[in-house]
Every structure is written in structure tokens, then in C-alpha cells.
Design a protein around this ligand. Structure first.
Ligand SMILES: [Zn+2]
Ligand SMILES: [Zn+2]
Length: 301
């Protein structure tokens, strides 16, 4: 089974505003990049008021801006982002999913183009298309939870210990983060996802599946509709073979030659099917098998 090998792919998701979602569960998405800008502007307003009592509102707006930027990044990977993760709201967890899809999903990058003088020779003159600054995992780890701690009353323990909010420290953190988000939002290009993809219609439900392939490494792809899984194996000439993951199971009725392919996702106790040869109902069960006794006559533990 062969998948087609795709070409490099660039998507400026947020520039589209309303984006056609990749599955039926989500037909509309917010323009998160615009939302990130609105939240940043609101945070700046709070900071410039000079009122320390308003710092917590700046912290809240900056957290929301970080969330919006991370969801915006996820949209750039919408064909690869598992729908089951749509309910994930913590930016660090969303970013972890993206890093699993691509190890450099949170890396800054620069794009340049150039015309080669001759076929197969890199162009000597390149023209910059711009650079992209990404709100990366390091920034999320550094700021997101730290700001969250200012959004609650001090705990009873903190009160007993006499710990109070350090406004100067909070203001410094907010200003540092606002400058970083400003940088991210000022990127001339954004949500660039470059890669080589293999696509195939799911053998079970026929929904198209698109999977990033890297460095001729084997990969596992999952159909987000029916959860069928596949091993993607690189073979000669840059082709990718798609192998359904599962096992061929024989009907247990004596004398019946019926067989069925049980997908990996269906290999669960209680799953059952009707044998297409004898018509009997077969079910997956847990079973205990007694192993041969050891030489001492005792059953191994
Ligand atoms: Zn499917
Ligand atoms: Zn049978």
C-alpha cells in the first residue's frame, strides 16, 4: 500500500481568519492571533496606568495572550493535531502535543528564496522573506504558571508567613513578557510549517490521512475519524509504504476457515464480530493459559 509523498507546505493560518477545519467536530475557529494582539494591548493599558493594584489584570491578559498564540500555533498543524486534544487548554500541554508532531514546532525560523543558476545547485543569491519569532516552550514554562500565582489570594500559609505580592517583581515580569509577545506578533511571517508529508485514504473509513515523515524514519499514523493506525515505512525512491496495524485473527470454531483483520484500536476485551464464514459470534476475551511446569514441578510465578 503506497501513500503519495507531499511537498513542502506553508500555512499562514491566522491570516485566513475563518479557517476551514480539518474535521467535522470543529467548523469554526477564533482568529487567535488577533485575539493575542487585543489581549496584549489590554495588558499594556494596565501596565501604563502605573497602578500596582491593576498589575493582576495585566498578568491575566498576558496569560490569555500566551494561550491565544499557542492555539494559533496549533492551527498551523491542524491536519496533524489530534481532535481529542482540542479540549486541552493549558498552553504547555498544547505545545507538548505540537512538539510531538514536530520537534522544532516552537523554533524561530527565517525564510529565504533564490533562483538556482543551474539545476541541482543551490542559489548563490537568496532573498529574505522574513523571520518568524515563536512563543516557545521555554517562555511558556518561564512565565505562564508564574503569572498565574498572582491571580489568586495569598494562601493561608503565605499569609501566616507574612509573604506579600512583590509588585516591582511582577511589573518587571509583565513588561518582559509583553515585549516578547510584541516581538512574536511583529513577525513578518508566521505559522510556517515546512515538511514532507505522506497522504493516504484510510482503508477503513476512507478519510484522508496526512502524516509528516522525517529523515526516512518509520512513523505511526492514526486516522482521527475511525482511529485505525498504520506503520509508515520508507522504502526505495522516497516512497512510503502504509501498513495497517492490527492482526489477522482466525475463527475459533473447529473446522471454520473464517478469518478477520482486527485493527489495533479494536483489540479490546468485549469487542465482537460475526464470523463471515460460519456466522458465529466471536468475541475478544481475557484468557489464562497455564504454562508447562518447571523441572522442579512447580509453576513459575
Ligand atoms: Zn479511518
Ligand atoms: Zn467461523
Amino acid at each position: 500500500m503506497w501513500g503519495s509523498r507531499g511537498v513542502a507546505h506553508i500555512l499562514c493560518a491566522s491570516a485566513l481568519g475563518l479557517i476551514e477545519a480539518s474535521n467535522s467536530q470543529c467548523n469554526w475557529v477564533m482568529n487567535y492571533r488577533n485575539e493575542a494582539r487585543l489581549r496584549l494591548d489590554a495588558a499594556k493599558n494596565e501596565l501604563t496606568s502605573g497602578d500596582d493594584a491593576r498589575l493582576k489584570y495585566a498578568a491575566l491578559e498576558l496569560r490569555m495572550s500566551m494561550e491565544a498564540l499557542t492555539y494559533d500555533r496549533a492551527l498551523a498543524f491542524k491536519d496533524e493535531f489530534p481532535p481529542a486534544e482540542y479540549q486541552t487548554w493549558q498552553p504547555k500541554k498544547v505545545m507538548l502535543v505540537l512538539l510531538e508532531i514536530h520537534p522544532s514546532a516552537d523554533a524561530d525560523r527565517a525564510l529565504a528564496i533564490g533562483g538556482p543558476a543551474e539545476e541541482g545547485v543551490p542559489a548563490s543569491i537568496m532573498h529574505s522573506l522574513g523571520t518568524e519569532r515563536v512563543l516557545n516552550m521555554r517562555a511558556l514554562k518561564k512565565h505562564y504558571d508564574a503569572l498565574g500565582s498572582y491571580l489568586h489570594l495569598p494562601s493561608m500559609k503565605q499569609t501566616i508567613e507574612g509573604r506579600t505580592v512583590d509588585s516591582a517583581k511582577l511589573r518587571k515580569r509583565c513588561e518582559e513578557l509583553a515585549a516578547l509577545i510584541d516581538d512574536v506578533l511583529s513577525s513578518r511571517i508566521f505559522n510556517v510549517t515546512l515538511g514532507v508529508f505522506s497522504t493516504m485514504n484510510c482503508f477503513r473509513c476512507e478519510r484522508p490521512i496526512r502524516k509528516r515523515v522525517q529523515d526516512e524514519q518509520e512513523a505511526v499514523a492514526e486516522c482521527f475519524d475511525c482511529h485505525a493506525t498504520y506503520s509508515l515505512v520508507p522504502v526505495e525512491n522516497g516512497q512510503i509504504e502504509w501498513h495497517p496495524k492490527g492482526r489477522d485473527v482466525a475463527c475459533p470454531r473447529e473446522g471454520c476457515a473464517g478469518r478477520i483483520f482486527v485493527w489495533e484500536a479494536d483489540q479490546q476485551v468485549g469487542k465482537h464480530w460475526e464470523c463471515n464464514t460460519c456466522g458465529g459470534r466471536n468475541a475478544l476475551v481475557l484468557a489464562v493459559h497455564q504454562e508447562a511446569a518447571s523441572p522442579s514441578g512447580q509453576v513459575a510465578e
